[in-house]
Design a protein around this ligand. Structure first.
Ligand SMILES: *[C@@H]1O[C@H](CO)[C@@H](O)[C@H](O)[C@H]1NC(C)=O
Ligand SMILES: *[C@@H]1O[C@H](CO)[C@@H](O)[C@H](O)[C@H]1NC(C)=O
Length: 222
């Protein structure tokens, strides 16, 4: 083979080895579908919609949040809308408690959801499987309540929080988060959809540069 052919073959082989299994599906400029009734246009208005499935006690979810936030801020909420779904992974012992905690706080003060999610990200190492192995569920729930939730919602709301956490509604909401992720084919976290299309990079954090190169061709296009 001539040198250019060899180089081409080497590049193809390298791409095949390093590339992900399955190509990235084409991402539509806006969410697919024709909305019935007025006003016509995409269901989400003009924005590109990024959906992120996060587990509050998953290190890759924690690492995925700052670059996604930075990219979304780069465009602004009117251009790129970010929706976070909670997805409690079964192999993280405290994931269900963490997600239930966030659902409970949402009912008390919806603005406290992201501050609490960020608290979980910041202190998640204390709630991994190994450091909590010998702790009771009661202890873990109390630690989350006192160390993470109380500073976010305030002491005055703690009684309402404790009652809400025990309530079957918060249990149900968390189960629905899990089932919703399963129904969308989510198999790990972080897991991303852009305008409804799954991102091939899912399962590990996507860096800022990759977000910009993914979103730039979509923002401003209709
Ligand atoms: C709700 O939470 C936000 C963020 O923590 C806080 O700024 C706001 O004061 C809270 N509102 C109420 C009514 O407690
Ligand atoms: C929550 O449920 C547990 C177990 O059933 C119970 O021991 C605890 O007192 C309950 N807490 C509140 C605030 O209702």
């Amino acid at each position: 083979m001539s040198l250019p052919v060899l180089v081409a073959v080497a590049v193809i082989i390298a791409a095949g080895c390093c590339g992900r299994c399955g190509a990235q599906l084409p991402i539509p400029a806006r969410t697919d579908g024709f909305v019935w009734g007025a006003p016509p246009g995409p269901a989400w208005g003009g924005a590109v919609v990024v959906e992120a499935f996060f587990d509050p006690v998953c290190p890759d979810s924690r690492d995925a949040w700052p670059p996604l936030q930075k990219a979304a801020q780069h465009y602004g909420a009117g251009q790129v809308a970010v929706v976070v779904h909670l997805f409690p992974l079964p192999y993280h012992s405290n994931a269900f408690i963490a997600c239930r905690s966030i659902h409970t706080v949402y009912k008390i003060n919806a603005s406290a959801v992201y501050p609490l999610l960020e608290k979980f990200f910041k202190y998640q190492e204390g709630y991994y499987n190994q450091p909590t192995y010998t702790k009771s569920r009661e202890t873990i729930v109390a630690e989350i309540t006192n160390n993470l939730v109380a500073p976010v919602i305030g002491e005055a709301n703690l009684a309402a929080y404790k009652a809400g956490f025990n309530d079957s509604q918060s249990d149900q909401a968390t189960r629905i988060s899990f089932k919703y992720g399963c129904a969308r084919g989510v198999t790990g976290t972080p897991y991303f959809f852009v305008n409804g299309m799954p991102l091939g990079d899912s399962g590990s954090p996507v860096d800022y540069t990759t977000w910009i190169s993914t979103l730039d061709p979509l923002v401003g296009k209709m």
